[in-house]
Design a protein around this ligand. Structure first.
Ligand code: PHE
Length: 335
């Protein structure tokens, strides 16, 4: 007769000696594996005399589950010992994972969006890769028109399929046309987004910039509404003492056109172009230009961020120098 009690004692003793995962594994092979000690006992049951079989069979099966539980318990014990040991002192203060903050342009863009939302504007976005038609032609800048030189354009390589020409939008103004295709007046919308210009960089120019386009169309809107809206915006963003000036400027899709400058370190910094939406654009949208008028503007978010944070060189924004970016940690939570 097999002495199951002695077998159990022996198994437990050797299990207690297993000190790591490898030890547990070889114990499992020795006792519960295909050729393990207990497995052989179970296999041998059928050769026993008939009257011994039930008792030994039942006992050996019970022992099998007892040992399976024991090995799991031992495994947990070993794990606990590892985490209780001196290797991990849970009383030490944790290491704080570095926490980033929003990029100054994101902070500024959100602040500007909020200001316009408060003034009743909707916010939509448009594609960065744009059709030539929307970026230029339908804004009254046909091929060969000298005004195209105002935007140093980055074209998408022609794939030879004869399809329409594509480019990286040079401004957010194409969204004026796209929005007019879908919506009826009254329209009051801003379009934030990245624009691309293949121009030499200096302290106030980058080859990539963020713009916020604005479009307002309704009955009886005049240049006074344009001025009032933009001055209210600028005062909200820079405070009531900011000095502003409107000057005539030319953009083919507005008439009259203007630029808005603000006083910055003794100089004037242009922050946006604007004007009354050209009547032909209103008519192209299927609206009656005698009834509907409106204004549009496109402002540079980087320029506003420079003024707001006192950044003297626009190129800092995209240099990815973490020492510069860390200075904006203090504004965390302000967007
Ligand atoms: N899209 C013009 C630019 O990028 C700015 C602008 C927008 C001017 C809307 C007038 C009206 O320079």
């Amino acid at each position: 007769m097999v002495d199951l009690a002695a077998l159990e004692a022996e198994a437990r003793e050797s299990l207690a000696e297993a000190g790591d995962e490898a030890g547990l594994e070889s114990w499992r092979i020795d006792w519960l594996g295909r050729r393990g000690r207990l497995t052989s006992v179970l296999r041998g049951v059928r050769d026993l005399p008939a009257d011994e079989r039930p008792a030994v069979g039942a006992g050996a099966n019970r022992l099998k589950s007892v040992l399976e539980e024991a090995v799991t318990a031992r495994q947990l014990e070993l794990l606990a010992a590892v985490s209780d040991g001196p290797a991990l002192d849970v009383s030490l203060p944790g290491r704080r994972p570095p926490l980033g903050s929003l990029h100054p342009i994101t902070l500024t863009r959100r602040m500007m969006e909020r200001t316009f939302r408060d003034m009743g504007f909707d916010v939509v976005e448009g594609p960065d890769v744009e059709l030539e038609e929307y970026n230029f032609d339908r804004l009254r800048i046909p091929a060969g028109h000298p005004a195209r030189d105002m935007w140093d354009t980055i074209w998408v390589a022609d794939d030879g399929s004869g399809g329409p020409r594509q480019l990286l939008r040079t401004h957010t103004s194409p969204m004026q046309i796209r929005y007019l295709e879908r919506r009826q007046p009254p329209i009051r919308v801003i379009v934030p987004g990245t624009c691309y210009r293949y121009e030499a960089t200096d302290a106030t120019h980058e080859w990539m910039l963020t713009q916020i386009e604005g479009l307002v169309i309704d009955e009886d809107l005049s240049f006074a509404h344009l001025k009032g809206t933009l001055e209210a915006f600028v005062r909200r963003v820079f405070g009531p003492d900011i000095e502003t000036r409107f000057r005539c400027d030319y953009f083919p899709f507005v008439e009259p056109g203007a630029e808005l400058g603000v006083r910055w370190q003794g100089d004037w910094l242009e922050v946006l172009g604007c004007g009354m939406v050209h009547p032909e654009i209103i008519a192209d949208a299927g609206l009656d230009p005698d009834r509907f008028t409106g204004f549009a503007f496109g402002m540079g978010v980087e320029r506003v961020a420079m003024l707001r944070y006192g950044v003297r060189d626009i190129r800092h924004f995209y240099r990815n120098d973490v020492r510069f970016l860390r200075e904006f940690d203090q504004f965390r939570g302000t967007a």
